[in-house]
Design a protein around this ligand. Structure first.
Ligand code: NAD
Ligand code: ZN
Length: 265
């Protein structure tokens, strides 16, 4: 049994030897990521003091009712979001996870993010619970096509070429079903170490995933700039930016096979 009180690890101040040693013994390490891992790539999370989520309050704009009620209004958010995703590159946190997977030290990434940066960083098993912003989808006939730059231009929402209904980014809005649950349940059933990275862990059902692992005796490694409701149940709390502490942990876990310092973005 492990004690139920997180041990805080600071990337500069503290040694990573203990969490890295336990990590090396884990049979099925998994990562669960949220908006925080992409903040260092220049994509704001809900809490950041940036304009986006102040102008477009998620409760007002990011709901399925907002889309069906007024596609043109909802598209003001989708265009602002899409414009903010252009040219964004994976950060050191995304790259460290991809490198752990390549070294067979990570079974997969469950992400709430819609920015596609895990795949861009080289992660292969990525379960996108809230969908992705790289395609447009028709709720009426199921048509799917890539997002294109002309979709960002002002004007009426892009229409489905098959049925004429307004298209919607292939993202999961509040009020819609999350995706990939069978694969996630399967992965969590095997997971004995879950890294919870850059998420306020408050949006269900994702918020319950750490407790599924914790209650089965698995280890919880939390990475965040500030404590969350999960922190007191975590085994280690890596305080600070994910882009500092994730590479620091991966470096010690991988030892001489660490390639991260050679990775160019
Ligand atoms: P959130 O905005 O509620 O929480 C982000 C968390 O990340 C906070 O706890 C914050 O303290 C932490 N954080 C901020 N910067 C960090 C850093 N550099 N390193 C580590 N932690 C950091 O995000 P959420 O919990 O993911 O929930 C918001 C929902 O909106 C999710 O569905 C999310 O994916 C979506 N969203 C996605 C994106 C994206 O795709 N990049 C951006 C904004 C919101
Ligand atoms: Zn259609």
């Amino acid at each position: 049994m492990h004690q139920h009180m997180a041990k805080t690890i600071h990337p500069v101040r503290d040694s990573f030897a203990e969490p890295a040693g336990l990590y090396r013994q884990a049979r099925c390490p998994v990562a669960l990521t949220g908006a925080g891992i992409s903040v260092e790539s220049g994509i704001p999370d809900f809490r950041s003091d940036t304009g986006l989520w102040r102008i477009f309050r998620p409760e007002e704009y990011a709901t399925i009712e907002a889309f069906t009620g007024s596609p043109p209004k909802a598209w003001r958010l989708y265009r602002a979001l899409g414009t903010g995703l252009i040219d964004k590159q994976p950060g050191p946190g995304h790259l460290a996870l991809a490198e752990l997977e390549t070294a067979n030290k990570l079974e997969g990434v469950i992400t709430q993010n819609i920015d596609g940066l895990h795949s861009r960083a080289g992660s292969r098993k990525v379960l996108e619970v809230h969908g992705e912003h790289q395609h447009l989808h028709c709720l009426t006939c199921g048509f799917l096509r890539p997002f294109q730059s002309s979709d960002l231009e002002d004007g009426p929402p892009p229409a489905c070429s098959q049925c004429g209904y307004p298209l919607k980014p292939n993202i999961v809005l509040f009020g819609e079903m999350v995706r990939q649950m069978p694969q996630i349940d399967e992965l969590l059933a095997r997971c004995d170490l879950l890294m919870v990275i850059g998420t306020s862990a408050q949006v269900y059902p994702v918020a319950s995933f750490p407790y599924v692992v914790h209650h089965r005796g698995g280890l919880i490694y939390e990475f965040n700039t500030a404590p969350t409701p999960l922190t007191h149940s975590a085994d280690f709390f890596f305080e600070g930016k994910a882009g500092a502490s994730l590479p620091a942990l991966a470096k010690v876990v991988l030892g001489t096979s660490w390639q991260g310092d050679k990775v160019t973005q």
